[in-house]
Design a protein around this ligand. Structure first.
Ligand code: GLC
Length: 438
């Protein structure tokens, strides 16, 4: 009985090679539709910049906003394909009130932190700044864009539909910051691609597998037929907003419930199956199912599963792959007692099913995107990846690489997945430098 329910869940959550191929094909078709301005679940948002050449030089400021941690950095670029260096960095935590309250308060808080950063380090020279803003933004050019919608946990009012850089510049002015010029606005996936491109000319994709999920792809400009003003480069990086992809996804009753109960039902469907924000929520729903059918916790729901937000990715990692001592210590903390061997096995299995499915769907999206990369070499292409899921979740990066090989066979030989940490911060500085060197 117990095995049969978990076997049913395992069947529901397995992504077969043919399912991966159908997702891969759908991704490529949606990329083409999005670049042509036809209806597509991929927004395919132009970044108005091409990959860095590695020759960029100078000191640039970077702002990185994409989660509750907000960063300010000063980055030095020395050209000749050398690794950018972080001269100074500060991380600040935004309060729930700032990310869900009035927009002006959010931009004021960011401006105040910039002022503090400059003051703490006595940075008084004029600086060009690159701004990584990791939400769906329709760029009007390299240094201005309109927020299409908030994703993740953000909901600050009066920002959707408005010009982000203008709002931030006004806030900097209100806070008396006079030596900073915002010259570029970018998504974190674009920043990740750029951070890698500064040292690797073969970089063609930037991927975030963290709280959120998204991909940026470098395409030939001639493929973008929806119009990008007077942009003259031969290639352009495109923020796909891949979390919004919705075709051919194997949605289960648990996915449908998660979506219904989310604040943005019907949206970000791929992200809800892949990213670190949602995996614990999905695991929780599977666990609730097992509890209801009396396979776990003697039919009683532990308090940690009563609300949607307490069970976390770090817990999943320990339950799935931690030592027995670590898992039991966590169990005492979460459930107030040790787990029986069968409970431990079931919980580990649930976490494994949910994370494995995430990696296989992400692999299909990456493989579909690789088909449209404007490559600098037939033999090699680098995929720059950042985010806690890829960097830290047990077995995740290996599952991802294996699934890409499964899809693309020998052609995947030249595909290198490269962890590119801090891509969103350093990448913003790189983009500012690309703009400055034009
Ligand atoms: C969400 C955002 C997207 C961002 C991703 C990763 O999907 O909509 O812009 O790139 O999270 O942070």
């Amino acid at each position: 009985m117990k095995t049969s329910l978990i076997d049913t869940l395992a069947r529901e959550f397995e992504i077969s090679p043919s399912r991966m191929r159908s997702i891969q094909r759908a991704v490529t078709a949606e990329i083409d539709a999005g670049l042509a301005g036809r209806k597509s679940s991929l927004a395919m948002l132009p970044s108005f910049c091409d990959a860095a050449s590695g020759r960029e030089k100078g000191f640039y400021l970077a702002l990185d906003l994409g989660g509750t941690n907000f960063r300010v950095m000063l980055v030095k670029l020395s050209g000749a394909g050398t690794v950018p260096t972080v001269v100074a960095e500060a991380k600040y935590r935004l309060t729930p009130g700032q990310i869900t309250g009035p927009g002006d308060a959010l931009f004021d808080a960011i401006a105040a932190y910039v002022r503090k950063f400059l003051k703490d380090h006595a940075f008084t020279r004029p600086y060009a700044l690159g701004y990584t803003f990791s939400f769906p933004v329709k760029l009007l050019g390299i240094d201005e864009g309109i927020l299409i919608k908030w994703t993740k946990d953000f909901s600050a009012s009066g920002v959707v539909g408005r010009k982000i850089v203008t709002l931030q510049r006004q806030a900097l002015k209100r806070k008396g910051v006079g030596n900073v010029d915002i010259v570029a606005l970018a998504n974190d996936t674009v920043g990740t691609l750029q951070a890698r491109a500064a040292t690797d000319p073969y970089c063609g994709l930037g991927v975030i597998l963290g709280t959120g999920f998204n991909i940026a792809v470098r395409v030939a400009s001639k493929r973008i037929t929806k119009g990008v003003g007077g942009y003259a480069g031969t290639g352009m990086i495109i923020n796909m907003e891949a979390g919004g992809f919705s075709k051919s996804l194997p949605s289960t009753r648990h996915d449908r419930r998660l979506d219904r109960e989310s604040g943005n039902s019907g949206q970000q469907l791929a992200e809800k199956m892949i990213s670190g924000k949602y995996l614990p929520q999905l695991a929780r729903l599977l666990i609730l199912d097992l509890i209801k059918k009396d396979h776990l916790f003697a039919g009683q729901v532990p308090a940690v599963f009563a609300d949607t937000a307490r069970f976390a990715g770090e817990h999943m990692a320990i339950l799935q792959a931690g030592s027995s001592e670590a898992a039991q210590a966590l169990a005492r903390e979460l459930f107030g007692r040790n787990l029986t061997p069968s409970e431990r096995r079931l919980l580990a299995r649930v976490c494994q099913l949910v994370s494995r499915r995430s990696a296989r769907i992400a692999a299909a999206l990456i493989a579909g995107s690789l088909k449209r990369v404007e490559r600098r070499s037939k033999q090699r292409v680098t995929v720059a990846v950042d985010g806690s899921l890829f960097a830290k979740y047990p077995g995740y990066s290996r599952l991802l690489a294996t699934a890409i090989q499964e899809l693309d066979g020998p052609a995947s030989k030249g595909v290198r997945l490269q962890l590119t940490q801090d891509g969103s911060g350093i990448g913003a500085a790189v983009i500012a430098a690309v703009v400055a060197s034009e």
